[in-house]
Design a protein around this ligand. Structure first.
Ligand SMILES: [Zn+2]
Ligand SMILES: [Zn+2]
Length: 296
């Protein structure tokens, strides 16, 4: 742990097969991999249990899961994580986070904040996987369905950024997950950066700055074949100009993804003029925000 560089930190990842149907390894193996990869701080941010039955995925229905199952599995996940945090305390700082899913409609915000308190969650990764009720990052088919319903991929992206702003206002997440997520199923970079989309993305960056949230530089983008992490260079430049900080997230859903792409993401940030990365360390009063140099 001492020999790894100070920027070897991830604040978004550690999804595991106990509570997440699309992750492939148990938390114990993920944590062992995080130690082996030399992480100093590793944030485990499992997906929050969805509280609306219509938000469950087909695969979850097929497993016979319902809203109550998701909540029970999440509670069991937290208990496992609490145990591992103690077991590995002298090797790695494991943080207890939670990735929230969407903009609050109905009781979503209250349920999420109640879960945070009940489970002693240290911080939130705010992601918008759903836009106006449509899942946008699951399959290409679902994405296309969403784009059609919302009036095209440009409208979808604009609405997505508006949704992120609403989510930030309602839940004040410490970290914003994979900010330009609409890139995932889009045909190319240009179609995700039209003038209207840029306007919406930059407007939401102002909300993010006003709430002092950190942008997740998410190495899942390399796995998708974009040749870059999320978010795109034009977003990184603008966010940096606005004083918004960045953190790394490997968004790992399997042992092999733990630590993957962090070195490339470091080079990516340095090439865009960003020279430090944010991280959290536990303190008596909760979490303390720190920065580490990317040149170290
Ligand atoms: Zn996931
Ligand atoms: Zn996500």
């Amino acid at each position: 742990m001492q020999t790894s560089p100070p920027w070897m930190v991830s604040l978004h990842g550690g999804h595991n097969s106990h509570a997440c149907d699309h992750a492939s390894d148990p938390l114990e193996a993920i944590v062992e991999a995080a130690v082996a990869r030399g992480y100093r701080v590793f944030g485990v941010t499992e997906h929050a249990p969805r509280c609306e039955p219509e938000r469950l995925f087909q695969e979850e229905h097929a497993l016979g899961w319902d809203v109550a199952t998701l909540e029970r599995l999440f509670a069991e996940h937290v208990a496992r994580l609490d145990h591992l945090r103690e077991v590995w305390a002298d090797r790695i700082t494991l943080l207890k986070g939670m990735e929230i899913e969407t903009v609050p409609v109905g009781c979503y915000a209250e349920v999420m904040l109640e879960l945070k308190v009940r489970h002693g969650i240290q911080y939130l990764v705010g992601s918008a996987h759903f836009v106006d009720g449509y899942i946008i990052d699951y399959t290409r088919e679902e994405y296309e369905k969403a784009a059609e319903a919302l009036g095209g991929s440009e409208r979808l992206a604009v609405r997505y950024y508006q949704t992120v702003a609403e989510m930030v206002e309602a839940l004040k997440p410490e970290v914003i997950g994979h900010y330009d997520l609409p890139r995932k199923w889009a045909t190319d970079e240009d179609s995700c950066a039209t003038p209207a989309i840029r306007r919406a993305a930059l407007e939401t960056l102002e909300t993010i700055r006003d709430h002092a949230s950190i942008l997740d530089v998410n190495t899942g983008g390399y796995r998708r074949g974009f040749g870059r992490p999320y978010p795109a260079p034009w977003i990184v430049r603008e966010a940096h100009r606005m004083g918004i900080p960045f953190c790394f997230g490997d968004d790992s859903h399997a042992v092999g993804q733990v630590g993957a792409g962090i070195e490339e993401a470091r080079q990516y940030l340095l090439s865009l003029g960003v020279e430090e990365i944010s991280l959290f360390t536990p303190s008596a009063s909760g979490l303390e925000r720190q920065t580490a140099p990317l040149t170290g």
